[in-house]
Ligand binder design. Structure first.
Ligand code: CP3
Length: 339
């Protein structure tokens, strides 16, 4: 078993920097597009044999970890908020949450009962993989934003109207989501994942004082509990330049850094007693190989060979990305980081 990724998360000495990519399985890969021709995203995710295949597709690129093929929104359906991925629009929640009554009706699910297909995928993958498997869940704020907005949003106006205007209802919603996320991550770990990542992708839209008041206690409760199990926990968000200290304080063995924040100063602020993950601009993979590898080198320079760096992008791979550039960056990081 190649355990470079896990050793780096624990800030142990490694022979080279491990590398994987957020959204490493997906539309930029022709094999994935082929599987999607006849099926929806949810059909792929809910059929463990197919979800296993998709998870394994990027392994040919030489990455040092696999991420479970699933989606952060999956727990919302059994909680009582059905949704679909509409063509060209992204997620659509059928009945967005607008009041306290709806919040009170949301179910705090048992993942073994409500999301068995995800846990079956984990168990099947563990037999196949030669690298660690990363499980994941959405952060409570990020999940709440989809529930309240009904889909993606430019300014999170409805979410913030609830948060600022009805703090008790907000708190009840965050508590339910936090408890579901905590149980879901625990269930994935029990099923065999070697590490987990919390995708609190949209917290960067909050001022630090509001993050601290309305979000951080809920994230802290989840991360403290999950970290106590002993597997590495990656705490990720985007647009988080102003929040890194507070995210660190909420928890995480490793803090994910977005691509707008220089990794060297980010790490100094997070503290060298934590690992960091990131943070190449995903769109640098759209240019020539020379440009892509130069961006990879910039990230390696900023990490300066310190123990605790996991190479990744600052956000997910975009669908237009040439597969060869991804492969070139993996090879480059393997060679250039060898010590
Ligand atoms: O390879 C991996 O990273 C694992 C699989 C994964 C998916 N979604 C599959 C997926 C992961 C980790 C996610 C997380 C996720 N899902 C996040 C947080 C990460 C981030 O990007 O910040 C969010 C916000 C979602 C919600 C979501 N799912 C949106 C907004 C969309 C539509 C946007 C889009 O790219 O079309 C999805 C769909 C989705 N989830 C796809 C994939 C591969 C698109 C694939 C398809 O339509 O076939």
């Amino acid at each position: 078993m190649n355990d470079l990724f896990l050793r780096a998360c624990r800030r142990e000495r490694v022979e080279r920097t491990p590398v994987w990519f957020m959204r490493q399985a997906g539309r930029y890969m022709p094999e994935y597009r082929k599987m999607r021709e006849a099926r929806t995203l949810l059909e792929l995710i809910k059929t463990p044999e197919l979800a296993v295949q998709v998870t394994l597709q990027p392994m040919v690129l030489g990455v040092d970890a696999a991420i479970l093929f699933a989606d952060i929104l999956l727990p919302l359906e059994p909680m009582g908020a059905s949704f679909e991925f509409a063509k060209g629009e992204g997620p659509v929640i059928h009945e967005p949450i607008a009041n306290r009554d709806q919040i009170d009706r949301l179910r705090v699910i048992d993942p073994e009962e409500s999301l068995p297909y995800v846990l079956s995928t984990v168990r099947l993958l563990k037999r196949e993989l030669k690298v660690p498997l990363i499980g994941f869940a959405g952060g409570p704020f990020t999940l709440a934003s989809y529930l309240v907005e009904g889909g993606k949003s430019a300014n999170f106006a409805k979410t913030k109207r609830l948060m600022f205007g009805a703090p008790d209802a907000w708190s009840a919603l965050m508590e339910k989501l936090g408890e579901v996320v905590r149980r879901y991550l625990r269930a994935q770990i029990a099923a065999g994942v070697d590490a987990v990542q919390l995708f609190d992708s949209w917290v960067g839209d909050l001022a630090p004082a509001d993050y601290v008041q309305y979000v951080q206690p809920h994230v802290r409760r989840v991360l403290t509990d999950v970290e106590s199990i002993g597997v590495p926990v990656i705490h990720f968000g985007t647009g988080t330049a102003a929040l890194l200290e507070e995210m660190r304080s909420a928890g995480g063995t490793v803090v994910g850094v977005d691509f707008c924040t220089p990794l060297d100063s980010a790490w100094a602020r997070i503290g060298y007693d934590r690992g960091v993950q990131g943070n190449m601009d995903p769109c640098a993979l759209l240019a020539t190989r020379a440009v892509a590898t130069a961006h990879a080198q910039r990230v390696l320079d900023a990490a300066a060979g310190r123990p605790g760096h996991v190479f990744n992008l600052g956000h997910g791979i975009v669908p237009e990305t040439p597969v060869d550039n991804v492969r070139a960056v993996v090879e480059y990081v393997r060679q250039a980081s060898a010590r």
